[in-house]
Design a protein around this ligand. Sequence first.
Ligand SMILES: Cc1ncc(COP(=O)(O)O)c(C=O)c1O
Ligand SMILES: N[C@@H](CCCC[NH3+])C(=O)O
Length: 420
Amino acid sequence: MLEIGGVRVDTLAQTYKTPLFVYDEDQLRSRLQEYATFFQSDTMETGVLYASKAFSCKAMLRLVKEYGLSLDVVSGGELYTAKAVDFDMSKVYFHGNNKSKEELEMAINYGVGTIIVDNLMEAQMLHEMSQSIDHTIHVLLRVNPGIDAHTHKYIVTGHVDSKFGISLLQEKELVDVIRTFDQDEHLSFDGLHAHIGSQIFDKNAFIAEIEKMFGFIKHLEDTYDIHLNTLDLGGGFAATYTSEDHPIPLQEVCSTIVSHCEKQNQELGLSIQKILIEPGRSVVAEAGSTIYTVGFMKQTPNKKYVFVDGGMADNIRPALYQAKYNADIANKMDAPKDTVYTVAGKACESGDILIEGIALPKCEPGDLLVTYTTGAYGYAMASHYNKNPLPGVVFCRQGKAREVIRRESYEHLIDLETDE
Ligand SMILES: Cc1ncc(COP(=O)(O)O)c(C=O)c1O
Ligand SMILES: N[C@@H](CCCC[NH3+])C(=O)O
């Protein structure tokens, strides 16, 4: 029987029902500690912002807080969750390409430390709103460096026509935005932000990003006398989903980024004082697994299906990105994997396939199928499709489980519905 964080998977399934997201809490903790330890420089201030879009809940944010990291939020909802755990708002960075006026007001009222502005219209709105605030908000401007990180096309955000940020090719617009902040006594314009994609394996992509960004910062200094002190390089560090994935070890990613930034600062005679990164997936993905119960099986002319009691509603990534996952039958860990299955969910969609062609022990109804590396963009992207309740989430540590998000009931599903 497989155990997660020292807790037997059958005990978890009986206690909390399936589907169930389970995190190995020690693994989460060690990842947070590694980021805090490895991303350090002797000559610059450094900061790690956990990108909470990967998995946001109060228990997770409390861990982020405990390890002293900062936080990246992209919506009023993520910000509200940060507030609910009393996260130090000076360490919160508010992202988003279409923040509403209400969301910006919320950020201002909460005292959010840094707003990452995405476009000229947002800059103008924030400038107008800032007249009524009595403190200073730090601002970074998201730019699009046009780096192709060779990842899945849907998650590359750095190509020139991306919806995110302002392209470095649109220099006039960029300088106009920066000048907007220059005249604003409540907004302190600190620097630039870029993010080149997600699930990136190649450290040269980050080196290319750093060179591009430092080169541009130098250009701003030389041409416009604009001096910046902060550079946020975004997230995107890969996680291991299957044996085909070989992410760069975390220590190496961190030291490569830091040393390259130090070098660029020196070689170009710049004085960037602070560098930031925003990892999401690489913090939480590998610590998370999903437990399903096997239901029916079906043999078609070419496939052997095993059906589980969740699917695309709790893990949209295979359908959306053709993402690959690994799995085991938790109650048959020592049995020979002699049967090739297609693992399909219960949604009314033929694309609801979690894993195509995986060797597993012979399955039977009631078996507990566990998919690994579901800790990032799993629960976070879950839906109620087909009106299934959202699964619960449990953290396991040293043999003890604690429920951090309760499983929804059918009552929850109609809770907001009126009889009008
Ligand atoms: C601006 C920004 N920062 C950080 C992240 C986190 O990325 P990842 O989960 O790949 O580390 C994303 C998502 O790709 C993002 O868009
Ligand atoms: N949600 C995506 C990544 C996008 C990250 C946010 N910019 C995934 O599951 O891989």
